[in-house]
Design a protein around this ligand. Structure first.
Ligand SMILES: Cc1ncc(COP(=O)(O)O)c(C=O)c1O
Length: 445
């Protein structure tokens, strides 16, 4: 009997060993199979360009946890003006969307002429205000022709069209750093490589021209400027503008200029638009997401300017790109005059709020010695320089956990080092005041 039991034990040991080997072999076959025949084992293959890291960072995780607890958080990252307690003229906006002509489908690759005329009018008005500031006479002809305008649903879409126009896969675009984080995704989706050139801070932000020149390779296809930049709030001023034009001529590069915040100059002086730049092929991008604080309406555009023959060649190609998607919808285009005119009432309110919040920030900063705000000229954000006792991300997490205040760490915008927080200035004044007090309280400990 015991011999039979021993034999059974021996047999089951052998069986276990065989099972373990089979399992090991099976795993090896799976791994090898996955490497050699990926399509057989995983029928859906995703492109390299979408191989993003989907693991949320610690800051996002903590934020989600706090949201789950339904804890009230003061949001100093607010960038959505429709949630900023502003008195929009709802009736005018909604009734503009009911234009009877919207029942007709008139596919126009560049967008409906009436809507483009109204964008051209925006530039004419801006130019007139700019000239009045310097007591000069605006030219008799409009500075921007409707023919040089192409409508898109967003500035992001306009970027995509221009990247598609200028770049083959792997080509390079020069972008300022720090700047707006969406660029990385836009570039990934268009198979374009971004090459950052630094903005340096020395009593104000400046383009680091020596670095910019060193960044050029034989794959460079364009340079992006953000005028004023998000989040540094710095404009490209006259002398820099000339130097950039020289740089573009020298390297035969077109300019892509993002002017979504152009109108939000914090002192009383307006800065010149690049939409009238004739010195190099220039694509100026903007839209009503910031101009009229109406991001939900999805109306943006690009203006092509520069040597006329180049502009014409570029527009011909852009028109085919736009014609492939025809993404503009009729109600928004017919509503364009009303939507763009909303800027006349909303911009003064937003500017007053941004200035008031900046003043409040300075008032509170005057009572402490730990941090300072960097010089800002335009836009909706302020940069706070803080002591580097931990990473910016850890500091933002600490502020969320201890003070229930949400701020963006500088590294979200590619600041070159720790020690920077970004604060939105379009937050309602009372919330801004309390939130800043809480931030400074944590920083003072
Ligand atoms: C500098 C800059 N450009 C473009 C955009 C996006 O604009 P749009 O809503 O028209 O895509 C933003 C959004 O915040 C921005 O900050």
């Amino acid at each position: 009997m015991s011999r039979i039991c021993a034999a059974i034990d021996a047999l089951s040991e052998v069986a276990d060993a065989v099972k373990a080997r089979v399992a090991l072999l099976y795993s090896l076959v799976l791994i090898l199979g996955a490497l050699m025949f990926p399509r057989v084992l995983c029928p859906v293959m995703f492109s390299q360009r979408t191989q993003w890291n989907f693991t949320p960072n610690r800051f996002t995780e903590v934020h989600r946890e706090i949201n789950r607890e339904a804890r009230e958080v003061l949001d100093l990252t607010l960038s959505n003006p429709t949630r900023a307690e502003l008195p929009f003229d709802g009736e005018a906006i909604l009734s503009a969307l009911a234009h009877p002509a919207s029942l007709d489908y008139d596919p126009q690759a560049k967008g409906l002429l009436t809507a483009r005329q109204c964008v051209a009018q925006y530039y004419q008005d801006y130019y007139a205000r700019y000239c009045a500031q310097y007591h000069t006479q605006p030219p008799a002809t409009p500075p921007v022709s409707p023919e040089s305008i192409l409508l898109t649903t967003s500035t992001s879409e306009a970027y995509s069209y221009v990247f598609r126009l200028l770049c083959n896969p792997g080509d390079e675009i020069l972008v300022p750093k720090p700047s707006y984080p969406l660029f990385d995704f836009l570039a990934d989706l268009q198979d374009v490589k971004l090459v950052p050139f630094p903005l340096i801070y020395d009593h104000g932000w400046q383009i680091d021209f020596p670095s910019l020149h060193r960044s050029v390779t034989d794959r460079t296809r364009a340079i992006v400027l953000v005028h004023p930049n998000n989040p540094t709030g710095s404009y490209v001023h006259g002398p820099e503008r000339s130097a950039i034009n020289d740089f573009c001529r020298q390297h035969n590069l077109p300019l892509i200029v993002d002017e979504v915040f152009l109108d939000y100059s914090l002192d009383t002086n307006l800065q010149a638009t690049f939409a009238t730049n004739q010195q190099n092929l220039t694509f100026t991008l903007s839209g009503i997401s910031k101009i009229s604080a109406l991001p939900q309406m999805k109306l943006a555009w690009l203006v092509a300017s520069g040597p006329p023959s180049m502009v014409q060649l570029a527009l011909e190609r852009l028109e085919v790109i736009a014609d492939t998607y025809l993404s503009m919808n009729a109600p928004i285009q017919y509503a364009a005059p009303v939507l763009l005119n909303q800027r006349l009432s909303i911009q003064p309110l937003l500017l007053a709020r941004v200035r008031a919040n900046l003043e409040e920030l300075d008032r509170q900063l005057a009572h402490q010695r730990h941090c300072e705000r960097l010089h800002v000229e335009g836009g909706w954000y302020a940069v706070l320089r803080v002591p580097v006792t931990q990473s910016d991300e850890d500091l933002a997490i600490q502020l969320l956990q201890q003070a229930s205040v949400l701020v963006h760490p500088g590294h979200f915008y590619d600041f070159p080092s720790d020690g920077f927080l970004i604060l939105s200035l379009i937050v309602p004044e009372e919330i801004f005041r309390v939130a800043v007090a809480r931030v400074l309280q944590v920083l003072s400990v």
